[in-house]
Design a protein around this ligand. Sequence first.
Ligand SMILES: C[S@@+](CC[C@H](N)C(=O)[O-])C[C@H]1O[C@@H](n2cnc3c(N)ncnc32)[C@H](O)[C@@H]1O
Length: 306
Amino acid sequence: MIPQQRSLSVSGATGVSPGLPAASSGRMPVPLCGNLAGRLPRAAILALLVAVFVIPPSANRAVAEPADTETPPDVSAKSTGARAIPPSPKYYKGRKIADTMHFTGAEWLTRESREREEDCTTMLAALHVQPGQTVCDMGCGNGFYTLKLAELVGEKGTVLAVDIQPQMLSMLHQRAKADHIRNIKPVLGTLVDPKLPTGSVDLILLVDVYHEFSHPEQMLAAMRKSLKPGGRLALVEFREEDPNVPIKPLHKMSKEQILKEFPPNGFKLVEQFDKLPWQHLMFFEPAKTELNDADSPGSRPGARPK
Ligand SMILES: C[S@@+](CC[C@H](N)C(=O)[O-])C[C@H]1O[C@@H](n2cnc3c(N)ncnc32)[C@H](O)[C@@H]1O
């Protein structure tokens, strides 16, 4: 059995604090060995006691249990001047929201075996991207798909590459520069706002990212607003239904769960592609409901589909 690779890759994926160096980002446990107390001065022992009993558990957990902290990344409100970001629900319609994959694990995204494991070429072909289109690679990471999409939309097209970790965008920038690609616009989003222009995107591609959204409703509402008439969203998630897909359960989604989350947020399922080895590929369009005009799905409690 292939090892659960996301479990390796996300071992550093705590609630992300972009900007922290790797050593303090939760990847390395701190060893306490030998008869430490006998060798420490009194002040150090006091500091140790304060750390253990006074610092809240979430702070300790960042060092001791890097894989599954529950605190989502809180990156952008201050740095971008965006409006305050409400706390994450942590669970959404019965699903536990996964932690964000930390940028220090980005190498996993460009691993040599990815094409064989995920059949990326077939997935891209199923999107039917046209030259000249405006395509968004939502949660682009270090740009594995962004670069390929840039080629597909051609010189007259644009790829909006959105991520919440500036380090991911910086890696993408380096890769695009090395390949002399000029039709990519990196966008630093926030947890609730991908900062996309309204009514202007032909296709939003989400590969292995939606399950990480700390604020799914806000992100769905913002993406819906950004689509052109006739625009689509392509959702790619590891199949939870399939025990042979070697990914941690928290980073997989079932079709049933996806359909619990998208339609109530104003998206209708328009197509499914079931030929990928590990992933679902599901296409959604904005449903013609009153949600189309609402700022947020929860803002019209009385609204009913027409
Ligand atoms: C597992 S990686 C996938 C990267 C890329 N889609 C790929 O398949 O190579 C998930 C990415 O989504 C980003 N992400 C998580 N929440 C996000 C949000 N609310 N808006 C934009 N990006 C987000 C993370 O920072 C991370 O780079």
